[in-house]
Design a protein around this ligand. Structure first.
Ligand SMILES: NC(=O)c1ccc[n+]([C@@H]2O[C@H](COP(=O)([O-])OP(=O)(O)OC[C@H]3O[C@@H](n4cnc5c(N)ncnc54)[C@H](OP(=O)(O)O)[C@@H]3O)[C@@H](O)[C@H]2O)c1
Length: 248
């Protein structure tokens, strides 16, 4: 069995996920970088070094998820940290950020697009977490972190003075559901060694928002990585960013 802690990061070939993987590897954690395309995972892992291992992982494919959990058990014998990071902001590519935001409103988004976004952002999180739970339960200190979004906070969006709330569409609604899923896992696992938390990276410049974000990936990865590495006294069932608690 591997002596170092082992982490799985979904959507680790670019953006915040890649930075999370780099940071964890620097802390001497063995990091499995999940990517839909194996070659993307391979080139991302090469840039990190010996603690990084590429894995093909599409969070919408149960076959792919099960293959990863089998491989982790056989090759590493343990899993300590699961970073539920993979996400999409819209179905299909193209268009400006503003066009994508308008198309994302539930008054405009085709149901097929809504289902596609939920498949990755919500059901993907449930499927990967369920599949990795047997390994995480065996860890002395299992950690699960969702890359969450304060833009999907129902409390913040209920406030009429919030100028960003005109963007509360399909993507945000899927992240709100992912927050609920994360809290549900935290509550169900409260009596175990597994701590489950949601961390908002802030508005980070990545492909997800056509690089309109104002924060760097280094800044964005900070809170998810902090929660991945919390000790036994750390929290579970929380939602936070670098400035502290965020309302659900
Ligand atoms: N950027 C922000 O401002 C911001 C703010 C709040 C929360 N977040 C969250 O941060 C997370 C990471 O996003 P990002 O900003 O870093 O965007 P990104 O650069 O577009 O990265 C998204 C990652 O998810 C992967 N992915 C998409 N669908 C997948 C699937 N079915 N299976 C496995 N991987 C899949 C992508 O892989 P491909 O390369 O194959 O597409 C990519 O690696 C998301 O959960 C997002 O909701 C981002």
């Amino acid at each position: 069995m591997q002596e170092k802690r082992v982490a799985l990061v979904t959507g680790a070939n670019k953006g915040i996920g890649l930075e999370i993987a780099k940071s964890l590897a620097k802390q001497d954690v063995i990091v499995l970088l999940g990517a839909r395309k194996l070659e993307d995972a391979e080139s991302a892992a090469k840039g990190i070094g010996e603690n990084a291992h590429p894995v093909q992982l599409d969070v919408t494919s149960q076959v792919s998820i099960d293959a990863v959990s089998d491989r982790i058990r056989k090759e590493f014998g343990r899993l300590d940290i699961l970073m539920n990071n993979a996400g999409i902001s819209r179905a299909g590519a193209g268009g400006t950020f503003q066009e994508a935001v308008s198309k994302n409103l539930l008054t405009a988004a085709p149901l097929a697009d809504i289902r596609a976004v939920f498949e990755t952002n919500v059901f993907g999180v449930i499927a990967v977490t369920q599949a990795m739970l047997p390994l995480l339960r065996e860890s002395p200190a299992g950690r699960i972190v969702l890359t969450a979004s304060s833009g999907a906070s129902m409390t913040l969006n209920s406030d009429p003075s919030n100028s960003h709330r005109n963007m509360f569409g399909n993507y945000s609604v899927s992240k709100t559901a992912a927050h609920a899923v994360t809290l549900a896992f935290a509550l169900a696992l409260e009596s175990t060694n597994i701590k489950v938390n949601a961390a908002c990276p802030g508005f980070t410049s990545t492909a997800l928002n056509n690089f309109n974000g104002t924060r760097s990936v280094e800044e964005g990865a900070r809170e998810p990585v902090r929660l991945a590495l919390i000790g036994p006294d750390g929290p579970t069932g929380t939602f936070s960013d670098v400035n502290g608690p965020v309302p659900w």
